[in-house]
Design a protein. Structure first.
Length: 218
């Protein structure tokens, strides 16, 4: 099991108090910060995670990071999960769902979507979970569902993408409409004809923000 206290101590040693206020402001003052830039966080984490690829997933470590008031510890948890991505299975989805719905904001959800997406790519049974999330009352579960196929290119499941987006059309929520636009924009680099046809079919139900993002490369 990794040492949260030692990791926190290393982050404190690297902290720049002058960065704290701008970092908090960027996150709309939702979280506390020590003042450690993300590249430096990655450097600090690397030796801690060196043996992680050959060990069982350390969910107690992740949970402790998530409980910590400093946002840098949540970034450490995400770095860890990316480091052990290949070991994650559908049995880890409930743990990830908890992370998505606690201390939620775009900075964590936009990493968790790729992590969840990696599991779904290898285990198709996770698609049913993502369909359920796409209808959730929690906007962050819906956002992760919408964007979990980012960067899949030819491996994109277009039927699933269409179902999930259609479950979220007609929304006024910025983070949902932005996610729809991003999902379509990303896939337009691979299959612009499919995205054009999607927009034609659903334009009347799509938010202007979603259309603008989706058409960026068309």
């Amino acid at each position: 099991m990794m040492d949260n206290k030692a990791l926190l101590a290393a982050l404190r040693d690297a902290a720049d108090p002058e960065r704290t206020a701008p970092m908090k402001a960027y996150m709309k003052n939702r979280f506390e910060f020590l003042g450690v830039a993300k590249p430096r966080i990655g450097q600090i984490c690397k030796p801690f995670f060196k043996q992680s690829a050959s060990q069982e997933i350390d969910w107690p470590f992740v949970r402790e990071c998530w409980k910590n008031p400093y946002r840098e510890l949540q970034y450490c948890a995400l770095n860890y999960l990316k480091a052990v991505q290949k070991q994650l299975t559908p049995q880890d989805i409930p743990h990830l769902e908890k992370l998505i719905t606690e201390k939620s904001w775009w900075d964590t959800s936009d990493v968790l979507d790729r992590i969840v997406g990696g599991i779904a790519l290898n285990y198709s049974e996770v698609n049913a979970v993502l369909l359920n999330w796409s209808c959730s009352d929690n906007i962050w579960l819906r956002r992760v569902a919408i964007d979990h196929q980012l960067l899949r290119k030819e491996k994109t499941d277009t039927e699933l993408l269409e179902q999930i987006i259609c479950n979220n059309l007609g929304q006024k929520e910025f983070f949902i409409n932005k996610a729809i636009g991003w999902a379509l924009r990303d896939y337009s680099k691979t299959n612009p004809a499919w995205v054009r046809a999607f927009i034609t079919r659903y334009r009347s139900r799509m938010a202007a923000l979603s259309i603008r993002e989706a058409e960026k490369y068309l």
